[in-house]
Design a protein around this ligand. Structure first.
Ligand code: ADP
Length: 755
């Protein structure tokens, strides 16, 4: 009884629908859950056939299977699609059991149904998503494939590094250019790529990784021309720019290398051709001009006026032609990157006056007054005097040329913290704003009446611009048509004390790096300095020998193929000289094969072949300097710093006779540079000098640990106060007043200081 009641409760409260049908599938009873799921009431359902719920969407096989199951095994479990009373569809998870009577005939079918519509929907949604993902994936793979194909078919090497500096994309060409197997490029850090670029290219600029500020617009785009170290060198144009994502954040940097070897070659041939032709023109021009000058000067007797006039025309045009040839030569030098700038400290005021004097004749001819406004306190600049003159003359001559007769050309100069500016102003026809940048291009002339009238090559301003920029300055024009023109250029002021480049000072052993390629010297020096060595560079055998003799060197790395003196010869000389005999020499060369015996006979301590394996090089050098004894040292070296050449000479002679090695510097700046390079054992210092005086130099030297210990002999004509003496102290210090007994006194003090 109790069980029947319990079953009744289960039937009534089950969450699954339960239906009981007779042997003909006519419904006898359903529970409330069945009502809820199907939407039919119990009254409506009783007496109906179970197939009243059929939607027609369940495959027929399902029912065949169902009846098979029920008939053979007495139960079936499966899924069917049904229709509710309101017509809507639902998925049913159906479990039917056949109930037999004692005689074995079907008494009833009991079915339990569960609404799995939601699960089915989710399943089909999932299937849909999966299908979409597959399609997207296929598309992505196809896109990547296409992009990869594009990347690989491009002639340029393309690399992209992410914001951490790891290479994420690189095409095969990159491997070729950088000399790394193509499949190993991606995944490398930019440091490794930079090292590879250093090995591959001569130029320092290649692959200088600078991720730049995140979020900013990718405006900064770098281009450079770099040359490989291979023979013959190939020339690449390097382009590099930050890469932004859709939100504008910087996600990395792209590098593109384009082989421009043949373009460069054609360009070089053109430039060479122009240079040769211009040079060849110069010689005949010189004789034409010389002969004309002689005839006009009266060698052939007095000339009739009309002949003189004709010859003067020839002479003027010869001058013009010479100027043109010189300009063309300058342009070809500029294009070949061979514009030589010999910087010296000079006064802009002097240069301005010289240029005005030079142009006075031309100005007089055109009745033009030149006025100059140059302040007295203009700082001096570091510039090439002749090239600065060329810029000034060019601007003045344009100003005079384009001005109306009788007008004024004004030359003004001034200075700002960053440097000096010079402006040439005229009241001529002016230049339309659209032409302001074009006139600085070579062969560009403004097509107007005044340009046509005056004639010209259109080279002057291009040359001015190249010269000014080579000096680190800028040039520009301010002008309006009808209102005259003002051309301004800037030059950087001579670097002040604070800007003097101070080489890094590292304790430990000093290695002299010798290679005719300054880039390799810098590269090896850099990796040595990273390891705590002090590196000194030499780019020729002679320089190396001089350095090795003059200061303490713990090891030398030596290139073999150098143009002036072969490395083996350098090694031989080092080993022959008692002062340098004990310095171990390591050969670093691309051509080490076959030279082994020679190297052994000269006593080379190690051989490293190029391209250099940094780890191997460092370990060889480390082991070598570890073995050497530290007490072998040549004679002490002394730097004599005085602006008076006679004093310098006398002091050096005195000391060299006593066996000291000496150098000399004419002012504090030069001295500072030499101290950093040569590390002398003692300084002899005058106080009053141009550029940087003795007080300033000592103050600078007191800022570094090793320079503040250098022994110092102050040699001056000044009477020093106690306070000044204290300021003028480095390591052991003595003060000596210049006087007649200088010879004995200097020697005694030096001996004393070096003890
Ligand atoms: P050139 O004077 O030999 O033609 P430049 O390179 O010196 O060559 O000048 C280029 C052009 O710039 C000139 O042809 C002229 O059109 C314009 N220009 C230069 N200086 C002035 C000036 N002071 N006033 C007006 N136009 C000028």
């Amino acid at each position: 009884m109790e069980l029947a009641g319990l079953l009744q409760d289960v039937f009534a409260s089950s969450l699954d629908g339960v239906v009981i049908a007779n042997c003909d599938t006519v419904i006898q009873d359903i529970n409330p859950a069945y009502e809820a799921i199907t939407g039919y009431t119990r009254q409506e359902m009783i007496g109906q056939k179970t197939n009243v719920l059929k939607s027609g969407l369940t495959p027929d096989e399902t029912f065949v299977e169902m009846w098979d199951g029920l008939n053979c095994r007495g139960h079936w479990v499966g899924e069917v699609i049904n229709r509710r009373k309101d017509g809507s569809l639902w998925h049913s998870y159906l479990s039917i059991t056949r109930v037999d009577d004692e005689a074995g005939s079907v008494a009833a079918y009991v079915a339990i149904i569960r609404d799995i519509t939601k699960r089915k929907l989710m399943e089909s949604q999932l299937r849909l998503n999966l299908a979409q993902i597959e399609v997207a994936q296929e598309q992505a793979v196809a896109t990547v494939g296409r992009l990869q194909a594009i990347l690989e078919s491009i002639g340029e090497a393309i690399i992209m590094a992410d914001i951490r500096g790891v290479c994420v994309v690189a095409n095969r060409k990159t491997g070729e250019v950088l000399g790394i197997p193509a499949d190993e490029v991606a995944g490398r850090t930019i440091h490794e790529l930079r090292a590879a670029a250093h090995r591959a290219f001569r130029s320092e600029g290649a692959l200088a990784w600078a991720p730049g500020p995140a979020g900013g617009p990718p405006v900064e785009i770098g281009t450079a021309v770099v040359e490989t170290r291979t023979e013959p060198p190939r020339v690449f144009h390097e382009f590099s720019a930050p890469v932004q994502n859709d939100e504008g954040a910087i996600i990395g940097r792209i590098y593109v290398y384009r082989d421009v070897t043949s373009e460069t070659e054609v360009d070089r041939m053109k430039t060479d051709f122009i240079a040769t032709v211009s040079h060849e023109l110069r010689t005949p021009m010189t004789s034409i001009k010389g002969s004309l000058g002689l005839v006009l000067g009266g060698v052939a007797g007095p000339l009739p006026e009309d002949v003189r006039e004709l010859l003067s025309i020839a002479m003027n045009n010869t001058d013009r032609l010479v100027r043109l040839i010189n300009d063309i030569l300058d342009v070809s030098r500029i294009e070949a990157g061979k514009l030589e700038i010999r910087r010296q400290t000079l006064s802009v005021a002097d240069s301005v006056m010289r240029a005005v004097r030079e142009m006075q004749g031309y100005a007089d001819q055109r009745a033009i007054t030149m006025t100059t406004v140059v302040p007295d306190d203009l700082p001096r600049v570091l510039a090439d005097a002749d090239r600065l003159q060329q810029v000034l003359v060019n601007l003045l001559s344009n100003a005079i040329k384009f001005s109306d007769e009788g007008s004024t050309v004004t030359l003004t100069a001034g200075h700002e913290p960053a440097g000096v500016w010079v402006r040439v102003e005229d009241t001529g026809p002016g230049i339309d704003e659209s032409q302001h940048s074009a006139i600085f291009e070579k062969f560009h002339r403004v097509d107007n009446a005044s340009s046509r009238r005056t004639g010209g090559s259109g080279l002057g301003l291009a040359i001015c611009k190249a010269i000014v920029e080579e000096h680190g300055g800028q040039i520009w024009v301010e002008s309006e048509v009808g209102k005259g023109s003002a051309f301004t250029f800037t030059l950087r002021a001579e670097p002040s004390l604070a800007e003097v480049a101070v080489p890094p000072v590292v304790g430990g052993k000093t290695v002299l790096v010798v290679d005719d390629d300054p880039d390799i010297v810098r590269l090896i020096g850099l990796s040595l300095e990273q390891e705590g060595f002090q590196a000194i560079g030499a780019t020729s055998g002679d320089q190396a020998l001089a350095i090795a003799r003059s200061r303490r060197i713990d090891a030398i790395t030596l290139d073999l193929m150098m143009p002036d003196l072969h490395g083996l010869e350098v090694a031989r000389r080092l080993k022959a000289d008692p002062a340098t005999r004990t310095i171990p020499v390591v050969v670093i060369s691309a051509y080490t094969e076959g030279a082994d015996r020679d190297m052994l006979t000269v006593g080379v301590s190690g051989v490293i072949s190029k391209p250099i394996d940094e780890g191997q090089m460092l370990s060889i050098i480390r082991s070598i300097v570890g073995e050497t004894r530290a007490d072998d040292k040549g004679p002490p070296s002394i730097l004599v710093i005085d602006d008076d050449p006679d004093v310098r000479r006398i002091v050096r002679v005195i000391l060299e006779r006593r066996g000291y090695v000496t150098y000399a510097a004419a002012d504090g700046q030069e001295a500072y540079r030499m101290i950093m390079e040569q590390r002398p054992d003692l300084l002899i210092l005058d106080l009053l000098m141009p550029n940087m005086d003795g007080f300033q130099l000592v103050r600078l030297l007191r800022q570094r640990r090793w320079t503040q210990r250098i022994p110092l002999l102050v040699l001056t004509a000044l009477d020093l106060t106690e306070g000044e003496r204290t300021l003028l102290t480095l390591g052991p210090t003595r003060h000596l007043t210049k006087g007649p007994r200088i010879q004995e006194e200097v020697v005694a003090r030096v001996k004393d200081l070096l003890r």
